[in-house]
Design a protein around this ligand. Structure first.
Ligand code: AMP
Length: 195
């Protein structure tokens, strides 16, 4: 089993690289952002509550996203592994994820942290907003708020995995192929040390 946290600020390329990882390694993609957008589209109580925060560029409460992840882990016990995309986004989420995995005799193998500077993130998000129609990608003030929250609340999650010796920085400025090549070389190293 291979469990990866694909980490990085909004617009770093987590979704794009996740698709490649799923194709190549048959992992299950677990994106809290995607799940929340489905809840919003279905107009569920959870979706209506989450939309208020997402539209402002704020994080959704830990308890909501933790509940979603716990459910999915329970329903996909026989997966080849998971890509956690956009989760954990707070240190509390990272701590609870470790507990949830331990209960199921699983663990995170590595945090792959995509690194992209702020100007490039803003540029990418505005372009994505034109194509996807995502409201939180169309307003520069919301984008700046999300990047700010990433720095304040989410980036400290790096320390959590650094302490466990599981942190691998990835240069996210390169082409999609070059970024994936860096990711693959880390994964090969993990798989070979497992044998
Ligand atoms: P994403 O698609 O990962 O950029 O997520 C879109 C939005 O969903 C974020 O800006 C947050 O408002 C919310 N969200 C997604 N994942 C989380 C999480 N792990 N914790 C809190 N809020 C989240």
């Amino acid at each position: 089993m291979l469990n990866i946290v694909l980490f990085g600020p909004p617009g770093a390329g987590k979704g794009t690289q996740s698709k490649r990882l799923i194709e190549k390694y048959g992992l299950m993609h677990l994106s809290t952002g995607d799940i929340l957008r489905c809840e919003i589209a279905d107009e569920t109580a959870l979706g209506i509550e989450a939309k208020k925060r997402i539209d402002k560029g704020e994080l959704v409460p830990d308890s909501i996203v933790i509940g979603m992840i716990s459910n999915i882990l329970d329903h996909n016990k026989y997966s080849a592994g998971f890509i956690f995309d956009g989760f954990p986004r707070t240190t509390v989420q990272a701590e609870v994820l470790d507990e949830m995995l331990e209960l199921r005799e699983m663990k995170i193998d590595r945090m792959l942290a995509l690194q992209v500077h702020e100007d490039e993130l803003k540029k990418r998000l505005l372009i994505r907003g034109q194509k996807s129609g995502r409201p939180d990608d169309q307003d520069i003030r919301i984008i700046e708020r999300r990047i700010h929250i990433y720095g304040e609340t989410t980036a400290p999650v790096i320390d959590f995995y650094l302490k466990q010796d599981k942190y691998s920085p990835i240069d996210g400025i390169k082409t999609e192929e070059e970024v994936f090549a860096q990711i693959e070389s880390v994964i090969k190293e993990i798989l070979s040390s497992d044998q």
